[in-house]
Design a protein around this ligand. Structure first.
Ligand SMILES: [Zn+2]
Length: 421
C-alpha cells in the first residue's frame, strides 16, 4: 500500500492523486473492518429465522401478568418456559421460591465439552395484576410494549432462543449450559438467592439476561447494597415542665444523620442516603427513642467494610452525651465489581458484536441484580444479555424489535466462544 501510494505520488496529476488517496483511505478502512472476524453464518441465519418466533413467545409471556406475588401468573409463564426448555431436551428441576410464591426452575442441557456455563433470567415483573389486560403487548414504531417486555421477559426469550440456535446449528461443545429462571428477582430474590449461589458455584462462568441497556449496553459492574440502621435511646421527660431532665433521642438521631451521611465517597461512587427517620410521640414529650435508616451502595466489598467501620467510629461523636447510640450495617446484595475476568468477557462480547458490525456500550449500574449474587460467590459474570429496551419499571417499558436478531446472535455466540475458552 505504501509503495503504491509513493509511485502515484511521483507520477500522477493532482485530480487522480486525490482519487488514489481516497482509494488508499478506503484500503485503510477496509483493513480496519477486516480486523473484525466474519460472522458465524449459521448462527446469524438461525438468529434471523428465530426473530418471529421470539416475538410471538414474548407476546405470549407479556400478556400474562406475573408480578412477584402472583402465583397463578408466575405458574402460567413458568409452564410456557418449561415447555420450550423440554423442546431443547433440557433436564428440568423445580424449587419452591419460599418465602415467596412461585417455583424457580433450573434447566440443564448437557453437551460434549467441558465448560459449565450458567445463564439467568427472571419471570416476575413489577407490574400489578390487571396490567396485561389493560395494556397488552403491541408493537409501534419498532418498539414492543407491555408489562415486563424487556425486564425480563425479553431476557427469558433471548435465553430460550439462543439455546434453540445452538440446537439448530448442532453446536454441543459446552459441557453443560444451565438456565436458571427466578420468580422473585423484583423483590430482592429472597426465595432464590441461596439457590443462585449454590448453582453458580458449580459453574465456570455466568451470563445474566437482564435487559440490554437503551444504548445497546451490557452491565459489567453493579454496586452492592446495604442498609445502615441507627437506634438512639434517650430519656423521656415533659417538654414543657422539665425538658432539661430528658435526653432527646430525636435531636441525637438528627445529629447522627447529618454526620454519618458524610461517610459516602463520591470519588469511589459510594453513597449513603438517609431515607427513613422515626421519632414518635406527643409533642409535649422529649422522645426517649428515635431511629434512622440509610440506603448504602458501594462498588466494592472493601468500600462496604470501610463504611461499616466509619459509621461505628463517627457515631461515637454525640450531640447529647448521655444518649445511647447503636449503629449497624445490614448487608443486602454483594457488589459485582469490574475484574480481569469480567473484562475478558467484555472483550469477547465486543469481538462477537463486531462480527455483525455492531458496537456495545459497557456500563455500570447502581442497582443490584441476580448477577451480584453470582459475583458474590466469585464466579465471573457479565450482565445485560437480554433484548435491548428502555423505560424499565414504567408503564412505557419497551423492547427494541430491531435488537432481537443482534442480541440472539450475541448470546448464542457467547455460549459458543465460552465453550471453547
Ligand atoms: Zn430485571
Amino acid at each position: 500500500m505504501t509503495l503504491l501510494h509513493k509511485r502515484h505520488h511521483f507520477t500522477t496529476p493532482a485530480p487522480l492523486r486525490a482519487a488514489c488517496q481516497s482509494a488508499v483511505l478506503a484500503c485503510v478502512l477496509f483493513a480496519g473492518a477486516a480486523m473484525a472476524q466474519k460472522p458465524h453464518q449459521g448462527a446469524l441465519d438461525a438468529a434471523t429465522q428465530q426473530k418471529e418466533e421470539a416475538l410471538k413467545l414474548l407476546e405470549q409471556m407479556v400478556n400474562i401478568d406475573s408480578g412477584s406475588a402472583n402465583t397463578e401468573g408466575l405458574d402460567k409463564v413458568r409452564e410456557i418456559v418449561v415447555a420450550e426448555l423440554r423442546k431443547l431436551d433440557a433436564r428440568i428441576e423445580t424449587f419452591p421460591a419460599e418465602p415467596h410464591p412461585g417455583t424457580n426452575v433450573v434447566a440443564t442441557i448437557t453437551g460434549q465439552g467441558k465448560k459449565k456455563i450458567l445463564i439467568l433470567a427472571h419471570i416476575d415483573t413489577v407490574f400489578k395484576d390487571g396490567t396485561a389486560a389493560a395494556k397488552p403487548f403491541y408493537i409501534k414504531d419498532g418498539r414492543a410494549y407491555g408489562p415486563g417486555v424487556m425486564d425480563n421477559k425479553g431476557g427469558v426469550v433471548a435465553g430460550l432462543q439462543a439455546l434453540k440456535i445452538l440446537q439448530k446449528i448442532g453446536f454441543k461443545d459446552y459441557g453443560q449450559i444451565t438456565f436458571l429462571i427466578d420468580t422473585n428477582e423484583e423483590v430482592g430474590s429472597m426465595g432464590t438467592s441461596a439457590l443462585i449461589e449454590r448453582i453458580a458455584k458449580q459453574h465456570d462462568v455466568a451470563l445474566n439476561l437482564e435487559p440490554g441497556r437503551p444504548a445497546d449496553g451490557l452491565v459489567v459492574e453493579r454496586k452492592g447494597s446495604a442498609t445502615a440502621l441507627i437506634e438512639v435511646k434517650g430519656l423521656a421527660s415533659h417538654a414543657g415542665v422539665a425538658p432539661e431532665a430528658g435526653r432527646n433521642a430525636a435531636m441525637e438521631v438528627a445529629h447522627q444523620v447529618l454526620q454519618l451521611a458524610k461517610t459516602g465517597d463520591a470519588a469511589k461512587k459510594t453513597t449513603v442516603n438517609f431515607t427513613v427517620l422515626n421519632a414518635n410521640g406527643p409533642t409535649n414529650v422529649i422522645p426517649a427513642t428515635a431511629s434512622a435508616k440509610a440506603d448504602v451502595r458501594a462498588a466494592t466489598p472493601e468500600e462496604l467494610d470501610r463504611v461499616e467501620k466509619d459509621l461505628v467510629r463517627i457515631s461515637q461523636n454525640k450531640l447529647i452525651p448521655e444518649t445511647e447510640v447503636r449503629v449497624r450495617l445490614v448487608r443486602g446484595l454483594p457488589p459485582m465489581p469490574r475484574s480481569p475476568a469480567s473484562d475478558k468477557l467484555v472483550a469477547m462480547a465486543e469481538g462477537i458484536y463486531a462480527e455483525i458490525g455492531k458496537k456495545l456500550t459497557i456500563e455500570s449500574s447502581g442497582g443490584a441484580a441476580d448477577a451480584s449474587l453470582v459475583a458474590g460467590v466469585g464466579v465471573p459474570v457479565l450482565d445485560g444479555f437480554g433484548i435491548v429496551g428502555g423505560g424499565i419499571h414504567t408503564p412505557d417499558e419497551y423492547a427494541e424489535v430491531e435488537s432481537v436478531v443482534p442480541r440472539l446472535y450475541l448470546l448464542s455466540r457467547m455460549l459458543m466462544d465460552l465453550s471453547a475458552n
